[in-house]
Design a protein around this ligand. Sequence first.
Ligand code: NAG
Ligand code: NAG
Ligand code: NAG
Length: 251
Amino acid sequence: MLPKSAFFICLLAITLQINVNAKRLLYGKQDADHNYRRTIERFPALNQHSNNLESNSVNQKFDQLLDPVVTNGDPFPSPPPHTEVAKMARFIVHNSDWAALSYISAQRKSKGYPSGAIFSVSDGVITQSTGVPYLYVTKLELPIQDLRNDSRCSLTMTLAQSPYCQTQGLDPEEPPCAQLVLTGRMVQLENGTLDWNNAKEALFSRHPRMKDWPADHGFFFMRLDIEYINMTDYYGGPVDVDVKDYFNAKL
Ligand SMILES: *[C@@H]1O[C@H](CO)[C@@H](O)[C@H](O)[C@H]1NC(C)=O
Ligand SMILES: *[C@@H]1O[C@H](CO)[C@@H](O)[C@H](O)[C@H]1NC(C)=O
Ligand SMILES: *[C@@H]1O[C@H](CO)[C@@H](O)[C@H](O)[C@H]1NC(C)=O
């Protein structure tokens, strides 16, 4: 068995490596074709989505603003039109591999202040979005200890995580590089339930290393029960996305 400290050092090393790879993927302009192939391998859902979109009428204004980037003869996959807010929200959630978790700190020095941490997320296997963000966590993580005292939290996700914003020349803060905040309560899943199985499939298929995380760390699954969705996907300020519309939207 690995000692706990060794596991967290490993986790840090992996995180740094992923970060380096992500930066190479997103910012390496020299080898666009290579990047494009890497991107499609990494975001098959984006590719699939772009094929579905070909027959849809894409919002004209959006089109004028954002010229499609053509690499190797193929346009980059696009998110849905910004006016289809529920669909856009589902698109961002489904294509995010990680999210910023915001919660209320219960740690001594920052008690009562908002705090944040990055967590791996998945709302389903790559071919099937459920809209429900799942996490795989352990009580050894301080944010998880804090959430167990106060389960109110938000998950923030951005299209900047996909290659979309960079290829469109959008800064992550610019509104068409869409971002959303899912607010609600984080709940622990009971071992062996249907939900538990869904979470396991959703997370382990898209984060293959998770299955090797040490058993003695007591990992378990959590789910965000979404109460509000606030999204910025275009100029003019954020919009509220109806939670029912969000779950009814089809990608
Ligand atoms: C736990 O959360 C409650 C609010 O839900 C807060 O009043 C309390 O101070 C928190 N406890 C700790 C140890 O932070
Ligand atoms: C869930 O329970 C089964 C037995 O009921 C056990 O083998 C398994 O390790 C548990 N998984 C987790 C993640 O607790
Ligand atoms: C969400 O967007 C609305 C605009 O409809 C804004 O007024 C509101 O403050 C936002 N809500 C949250 C929770 O951020």
